[in-house]
Design a protein around this ligand. Sequence first.
Ligand SMILES: NC(=O)c1ccc[n+]([C@@H]2O[C@H](COP(=O)([O-])OP(=O)(O)OC[C@H]3O[C@@H](n4cnc5c(N)ncnc54)[C@H](O)[C@@H]3O)[C@@H](O)[C@H]2O)c1
Length: 259
Amino acid sequence: MGQLDGKVAVITGGASGIGLATARKFAAEGATVVIGDLPTSNGVAVAEELGGAFAAVDVTNAEQVEAMFALAKEKYGRIDVAFNNAGISPASDDSILKTGIEAWDLVQNVNLTSVYLCCKAVIPYMLEQGGGSIINTASFVALMGAATSQISYTASKGGVLAMTRELGVQFAGKGIRVNALCPGPVNTPLLQELFAKDPERAARRLIHIPMGRFAEPEEIANAVAFLGSDESSFITATEFLVDGGLSHAYVTPLESDFE
Ligand SMILES: NC(=O)c1ccc[n+]([C@@H]2O[C@H](COP(=O)([O-])OP(=O)(O)OC[C@H]3O[C@@H](n4cnc5c(N)ncnc54)[C@H](O)[C@@H]3O)[C@@H](O)[C@H]2O)c1
């Protein structure tokens, strides 16, 4: 018996990083997955590998988002889990003093408006079938301030967290659980890109993590599988932190403490 046997899950950003690891975990635990990602992504190959379906989608486009969930419903009959996870962290999003309105809008659209669109599109299906689990990817930066600022990114994740809380409370009586996943820094292309561009600033992040390392995408996927499964049946409207202790740390161990 898999943890997610018989469940149908739609995963945006499912072709890379956290979304890809989650899609693999879900399939291994018995779920049918629909990978929602850009047409230029690796989504077709991932869906083929996992025996699921690919929906080419730009998550900022309402019609394409609706079509993605309609495809899942049409093909597999139900939607038990929506993992609204696609997100970006472009270099143009920086300190508020350097970030222009175009970069601000781009990040708000991809990271926050997309979650609004996905929730708006999937909740009617879940109401009709009497329940479901929505997991929206926020971030630890929704809870903490960073001097390595990406102002629109941080604001977008704060928005995801607040929206998730409200939806979780609103739909709790209808069997729909809505949780915000708040990962700490994860070893994915998104973070690797950042490291390549600015190693010094990126390395500063490491010293704040009590475990002295970034998360692997599979460690985040395990948390998503739990939130998507019936094992988390009393968990909703949370900021579900998977951050290696980062957001609660005052003093972290020295490197020598790991020896
Ligand atoms: N990596 C980290 O350290 C970290 C930490 C906290 C939160 N997050 C969040 O986790 C989520 C996934 O990040 P990741 O690190 O796996 O990134 P990633 O870059 O590895 O994957 C993101 C995926 O989203 C897709 N995507 C981007 N724009 C899209 C759009 N407009 N429409 C559809 N798909 C789109 C990309 O094609 C890609 O497959 C993001 O929301 C990110 O903000 C990441």
